[in-house]
Ligand binder design. Structure first.
Ligand code: UDP
Length: 334
């Protein structure tokens, strides 16, 4: 089966492509490399023993997408390609709305033209917004977010829901990710953002590697057991496997379905720091700083629906996440 993977050279995309190839699918990567490196594509080839099909193309360009669809009979699409930095999205809202919405609309138009009716969409727990109690369940209102980035996910979920109403034979699975961390066991793929990382684990990796001086923990006075924020961290390989399960589900179903991908457990920033130190025998210098604007004190997934509909649950431990993240960060380029 030919699976178009937009954003397939990125962090979650590249791990998903590896799992697809290991399972016998034929992934076709489309990535404009605006926030990814071609070396990830090379490394997928090293890990799997086979080079994946790759097109350097931008999903907002209909001509480029049409070209890819004309070269391969695409059976389903996994759509990762998007701008994803929360803080940057506050400063550049138009770029985020234009890119994330336009790429999805263009993709849907081209899929329709070529009769492709199966889509797995990379959504986020951010769609639960600031007002739902945790653990988050899929039936809660997911109609509000806290940044332009998050709003693009809310809006795209809406677009896909409306599209499925108008096209009852289409299937869109909206995967709401919690906090993916960790890396491929080979140490060849991982989260390697350009510039200073915004997310916690790549920041920890750079501190551990001596490339950044110390970690600043954003806030130590939250109403949580140790005063730091709690999140549902899951291993990126578990997340990648979740996409294969969602793909199988989409093959057999029609309509729209939102599904959380998380472990169902919350752990705090301090707990993650301690777990990293213990798993890798490293001391991590850190200070407690002020809270970061827009951070929620705590949230995690209710993971029951993924188990029920996809027969998926996270299997890797926090220790696995920390060990693999360090194995990758030690050798990362930046
Ligand atoms: N965080 C932190 N220091 C950092 C980066 C993140 O203390 O340098 C905290 C952040 O406040 C949040 C958690 O780590 O509580 C996870 O943040 P991240 O940006 O990785 O993911 P988010 O949950 O915001 O999507």
């Amino acid at each position: 089966m030919n699976i178009l993977v937009t954003g397939g050279a990125g962090y979650i995309g590249s791990h998903t492509v590896v799992e697809l190839m290991n399972a016998g699918y034929h992934p076709i990567i489309v990535d404009d490399l605006s926030n990814a490196h071609y070396r990830a594509v090379d490394r997928i080839g090293k890990i799997t023993g086979k080079a994946p099909a790759f097109y350097m193309a931008n999903c907002t360009c209909k001509e480029q997408l049409r070209h890819v669809f004309s070269q391969h009979k695409i059976d389903a699409v996994i759509h990762f390609a998007a701008f994803k930095a929360v803080g940057e999205s506050v400063k550049k809202p138009l770029e985020y709305y234009r890119n994330n919405l336009d790429s999805t609309l263009t993709l849907l138009e081209v899929m329709e033209k070529f009769g492709c009716k199966k889509l797995v969409f990379s959504s986020s727990a951010t769609v639960y917004g600031p007002n739902n109690p945790y653990p988050y369940k899929e039936e809660m209102p997911a109609i509000q977010s806290t940044s332009p980035y998050g709003w693009t996910k809310v809006m795209i979920e809406r677009i896909l829901t409306d599209y499925c109403t108008a096209h009852p034979d289409f299937c869109a699975v909206l995967l709401r990710y919690f906090n993916p961390i960790g890396a491929h066991e080979s140490g060849l793929l991982g989260d390697d953002p350009n510039g200073i990382p915004n997310n916690l684990m790549p920041y920890i990796g750079r501190v551990a590697a001596g490339k950044l001086e110390k970690l600043t923990i954003f806030g130590g006075d939250y109403d949580t057991p140790d005063g730091t924020c709690q999140r549902d961290y899951l291993h990126v390989v578990d997340l990648a496997v979740g996409h294969l399960k969602a793909l199988e589900y989409a093959q057999a179903h029609e309509g729209v379905e939102a599904i959380n991908l998380g472990t169902g457990n919350g752990i705090s920033v301090l707990e993650l720091v301690t777990a990293f130190e213990k798993a890798n025998g490293i001391k991590l210098p850190y200070v407690i700083g002020p809270r970061r604007d827009g951070d929620l004190p705590a949230f995690w997934a209710d993971a029951a629906k993924a188990k029920e509909l996809l027969d998926w649950e996270a299997v890797y431990s926090v220790e696995d996440m920390c060990r693999s993240a360090w194995k990758f960060a030690k050798n990362a380029s930046v």
